[in-house]
Structures are given as C-alpha cells and as structure tokens.
Design a protein around this ligand. Structure first.
Ligand SMILES: *Cc1c(COP(=O)(O)O)cnc(C)c1O
Length: 377
C-alpha cells in the first residue's frame, strides 16, 4: 500500500539519537535548548518552546493566553480535533467558523460573524500546508483586541507574502508526528516573539515549576516552587536530537513535495472530476497534504466507494477531516451539528488526500494518477 504520508529516517538521524542515548541527559538537557534555538532561527522568531506533541503545543498556547471558563476561541471546522480540544482542555468554548470552499482555509468573513464579547482568540489552521489569510485575520484580531494563534502543524517551511510560517501569528504551534514535515516520533513546538508568553509555556510544560532539573543541578540547589498548575509536556533530548537532524533536510523535502504536487496538478488537468484545491498567489505552499475534491455529479458512485476502490488498488488515500463540530463529543457537549459550517460539511463529502511524501517515486505517483483516472472515467 502506498501511504498518504510517510516519515524519512537516515543514518545521520539514527546516529544523532544514539549519541544522546549514550550521554548523561536523556531529557531536559542541552539538546532541547539546541533544537529550540535552531528552530527559532529557521523560522525567524525570538523564542521557540519545545513540547511533547502538537496537541501539547496548542494547549500550552491556550494556557499562556489565559483561556478559561467563559472564554470563546474561534476555530475552523475543517481541522484535526486537537485544534478545538485545546480550548476545551482549558475550560473554554470553541466556536466553529466555516472555511473557504476553494482552499478549505479559515474564512475571515465567517470568523467576523462568530465574534462576541467573550471571544479571546482565533486559531487559524494552515490547512494542507498553505498559510491562511493572516493580514485579514490579524486585522480582525487587532480591531477586537483578541489574539491570533496559528495552528501551523501542516505548514512548517511555508510562507505567506514573504513572511515565514511560524512568524505569522502571536503564537504558532507545530507538530512533529511522523506524518508531518519533520518528526521527533511525537513532539511539538510553539514559536513567538513574546518573552512573557514563552516563559509561561516553559512553566506549563513542566508542572508549573519555576526551574527545571538541569537548572537546579547547575545551581547546586534543591529548591523550586510550583507557581501554576501545569503538565508534564516535556520532550526528550533524544527526540530533540532527531528534530535537529531532520530540520536540516526540510527545505529539500519541501521542494520534493512541491514537485509531486505540481505533477498531480498537471495530470488532473485532463481528469475533470478531480479538482485540486486552489493555491493563493501570495503563498508558498508546504504541501503537508495533497487534497482534491471529487466532482461526482451524475456519477453512480459516492466518495466512500471511490475511497474503497483506491485502497483496493494499493493507494492509501485518506480523508482530512471529518468536520470537528460533527464529532459526537462536540454535538453532545456544545450542541453543534449539521448546518453550522455548510462549506466544511459539503467539502467533507468530496475530499480525498492523495499520497505525498519526499520518497514517493514517480512510478508510484503515476499509479495513483492512473487509478484515479480509471475509477472516475
Ligand atoms: C497533527 C496535528 C495536530 C496535533 O499534533 P500531534 O503532534 O499529533 O498532537 C494539531 N492540529 C493539526 C492541524 C494537526 O495536523
């Protein structure tokens, strides 16, 4: 089966991890600082805070902004559940906004319609790897004195109007799960230029405790204070060593992802039922996912039949995502349901994610294209 996404690990990566395993610090050691520094420099921000997952990154961002009971945070319906869950984990209320049908990116018009006196933040999701319309979203955030957060789990290495992803919002969250651009097994990062917010997130990842083990060790002191309630959201040193090693290859991998996307785009010119999402002129797409909408009007087959046929042919397609407001948890707890975000709901019936990852061969890609052509003809 050709998967929709896949990690790439080479001998350098393995060597980097082994070196840490043989060192004194398995966790909260020098590799965490080093990964944060390299990542912050790569993105072009002052601070990067490494945590144990992308979900932890989003949760830390909500904590740093003081999201709690009575607070509303606007999130897109078309995303992974964690984008909304991080609000609920802090006791806040996620308010679902709709997406633009051509790009499946957060629609600023829908966002404006969801604002209330309780709105504290907006989380924009760079769906599939393309940055949202940050100028418009930032303008809305400024006018209403709320904070813009980027869920950039899809868009590491992407750009918006010559600004790099990771610098586009006050807080920007990344994931290093194996299907994402670079991996640490599990892992995440938040980037920001705000020192206070960075400090809050560093506390949050370590139980709300003021110093970490290595700092106390260096000071020859046992004393610490827990000043807030936090979690163990720490990432290990061997994971960070892997992250450092992976980041070196990111640019090259994105170029390859873009080539694959370009090739799909060309092939689908003459498969009219396959409609790739639109790429905005001002954006440099990082292509975490390659998503198409299937135009099945008048075809005696639905998306799930096509999905099944592709899987049978060895093409590991996927669907990203079931709109979050349709999950039973949200329907039960927040009384969401069909009709709340019609564009996301309609897109959900038609979308399919095709294989895209740096080591996908042209032959494999041709197989994907030919299967689609055959099934849809
Ligand atoms: C992967 C992902 C997350 C969560 O990241 P984990 O590292 O799996 O916790 C959050 N939001 C989006 C959009 C993602 O794709």
């Amino acid at each position: 089966m050709i998967p929709y996404g896949k990690q790439q690990i080479d001998s350098e990566d393995i060597q980097a991890v082994v070196e840490v395993l043989q060192s004194d610090w398995l966790t909260t050691g020098p590799k965490v600082d080093a990964f944060e520094k390299i990542f912050a420099d790569f993105v072009g921000v002052k601070y990067a805070v490494a945590v144990s997952s992308g979900t932890a990154a989003l949760h830390a961002a909500m904590f740093a902004l003081g999201i709690g009971p009575g607070c509303e945070v606007i999130v897109p319906a078309m995303t992974f559940a964690a984008t909304a869950n991080c609000v609920v984990l802090q006791g806040g209320t996620p308010v679902f906004a709709d997406v633009i049908p051509e790009t499946l990116l957060l629609d600023p018009v829908s966002v404006a319609s969801r604002l209330s006196s309780r709105t504290k933040a907006i989380i924009a999701v760079d769906y599939a790897g393309q940055a949202c319309d940050y100028d418009t979203l930032e303008d809305t955030a400024k006018r209403h004195d709320i904070t813009l957060v980027a869920d950039a789990c899809h868009s590491l290495g992407g750009r918006y109007k010559d600004k790099s992803v990771g610098t586009l919002a006050s807080l920007n969250a990344f994931s290093f799960h194996p299907v994402k651009h670079i991996t640490t097994g599990e892992g995440g990062m938040i980037t920001t230029d705000d020192q206070k917010l960075a400090e809050k997130m560093r506390l949050f990842r370590n139980h709300g405790i003021t110093t970490d083990h290595r700092q106390r060790d260096a000071q020859g002191s046992w004393f610490y204070e827990m000043v807030d309630l936090g979690y163990n959201y720490r990432i290990t040193d061997f994971q960070c060593a892997l992250g450092i090693s992976q980041l070196k290859k990111l640019q090259e991998w994105i170029e390859r992802r873009r080539e694959i996307a370009h090739r799909y785009g060309k092939a689908f010119h003459d498969i009219p039922r396959v409609k790739p999402l639109t790429v905005q002129n001002e954006s440099f797409h990082a292509y975490h996912l390659y998503v198409v909408r299937l135009d099945l009007d008048g075809k005696d087959m639905d998306r799930s039949a096509i999905f099944r046929k592709l899987r049978e042919a060895g093409v590991g397609v996927n669907v990203h995502y079931i709109p979050v407001h349709l999950h039973p948890f949200y329907q039960n707890r927040f009384h969401t349901g069909l009709g709340l975000c019609p564009e996301a709901e309609e897109a959900y019936q038609q979308i399919i994610s095709l294989p895209i990852y740096p080591t996908l061969t042209e032959k494999e890609q041709d197989h994907v294209i030919e299967c689609l052509r055959e099934i849809l003809s």
